[in-house]
Ligand binder design. Structure first.
Ligand SMILES: Cc1cc2nc3c(=O)[nH]c(=O)nc-3n(C[C@H](O)[C@H](O)[C@H](O)COP(=O)(O)O)c2cc1C
Length: 381
């Protein structure tokens, strides 16, 4: 079976979909569950506390429904978006996910390669399995952004940002909702920590500033060093101001849920925000990301790009979020499950299917340009 995805620049990419490869999110999730150990699958799937927010993120999408326009000649589509001066053929990015070796030995390399094929920017995590330089070398001609977890020793953060700049990354994403790890009951039950198992050290074991802080360098001290640095509850707006001064790249804050924080981000000169609740993995009981979006879009009033993640499973979900005013969307778990189930090829198949769903959904909604999606009538029921 063959699946094709057409974008505005008439790039038609076809990939072979194997007959028995998973298609729906539910099939991908179940294939990943079979491919992984219980603690590893659970680490990816689960959220904080009783997982109220994980459930709400997905359920909340059902409240928003589309009223399509018809007879609108949608034979030519434009799915491109321009963010920070870069034009991307689709409004999709891959969310930063750490410890990807848990899903597949090739981890970030496999994901970045699949993303490159579809010209989808890959946002690499601070706690990635491979280093910034490894990923850059594997995908030299694709767009990549770097996600930063602020280190207790801030010189490590500044050095990682410098490395991302030197490797040609296009933006810095500072995650602000993980100043301490969420209370994750399932990981506690399984006594499972991928960081302690060494899955998230690609950027640390290759960082001279980090290594210079260790008395002895071995696998035990590297893991301990990461654990000592990775949570920083003192993070505040002054750090944002300092980071802004330290980088020439656009700075994006990930984890905004409150309209006042969106306005502060603008006041502090931030270039973009990601409305996100970390896929329900941090504070259980927070507002679902899609419910938080409309008010934030309203106050931001197009001053900076508003990106979105948490709960997107299909192309049609992306369409709803774009119709509510987001400029682009990120997906997390769906591509991680695809990686676990089918490696690089699995991620490619997921992207092809997702983008085809988005394109079909645009056509059937009567919208030919992704930038016009916000004029689509969308009701909250
Ligand atoms: C296994 C896993 C690891 C993650 N690691 C990171 C990370 O290192 N940095 C970060 O900013 N967000 C991280 N996230 C959150 C994602 O970037 C994203 O916000 C979330 O997955 C979106 O929700 P979704 O999975 O429902 O698409 C992680 C999410 C998962 C599932």
């Amino acid at each position: 079976m063959s699946n094709s995805f057409k974008s505005n620049d008439n790039v038609v990419q076809s990939i072979d979909i194997e007959e028995d490869s998973p298609i729906s999110f539910e099939e991908i999730e179940s294939a990943a569950k079979q491919a992984m150990s219980t603690p590893a699958f659970s680490y990816i799937a689960s959220g904080a506390g009783g997982e109220e927010t994980v459930r709400n993120n997905a359920d909340a999408f059902k409240k928003y429904s589309i009223t399509p326009r018809l007879l609108n000649d949608v034979s030519k589509l434009d799915t491109s978006v321009t963010i920070f001066g870069q034009t991307y053929p689709t409004p999709l990015l891959l969310a930063p996910v750490g410890v990807l070796k848990l899903a597949d030995e090739q981890g970030d390399l496999a994901v970045a390669r699949a993303a490159a094929k579809y010209k989808v920017p890959f946002i690499q995590s601070t706690v990635s399995s491979y280093s910034i330089e490894d990923v850059a070398q594997a995908t030299s001609d694709s767009s990549k952004w770097f996600q930063l977890y602020w280190s207790t020793n801030e010189e490590i953060s500044f050095n990682m940002v410098k490395r991302a700049e030197e490797a040609g990354y296009k933006a810095i994403v500072l995650t602000i909702d993980t100043i301490t790890l969420g209370y994750r009951e399932k990981d506690m039950r399984h006594r499972f920590s991928p960081l302690a198992l060494g899955y998230g050290q690609g950027n640390f074991e290759s960082d001279p500033v980090f290594l210079s802080t260790l008395e002895k360098v071995n696998s035990r001290t590297i893991v301990q060093g990461i654990i000592d640095n990775i949570n920083y509850p003192a993070l505040n707006w002054e750090h944002v101001k300092e980071l802004k001064k330290r980088t020439s790249l656009p700075l994006v804050l990930k984890g905004i849920l409150h309209p006042e924080d969106a306005l502060l981000a603008i006041e502090y000169g931030v270039d973009g925000i990601i409305v996100s609740n970390h896929g329900g993995r941090q504070l259980d009981g927070v507002i679902s990301s899609i419910d938080a979006l409309p008010e934030i879009v309203k106050v931001v009033d197009s001053q900076i790009p508003v990106l979105f993640d948490s709960g997107i499973r299909r192309g049609i979900d992306a369409l709803k979020v774009l119709a509510l005013g987001a400029d682009a969307v990120l997906v997390g778990r769906p591509y991680v499950y695809s990686l676990a189930a089918g490696g690089e090829k699995g991620v490619g198949q997921f992207l092809a299917n997702f983008l085809q769903d988005l394109q079909t959904s645009m056509m059937l909604s009567g919208v030919k340009d992704v930038k016009e999606l916000r004029q689509l009538k969308i009701a909250r029921v």
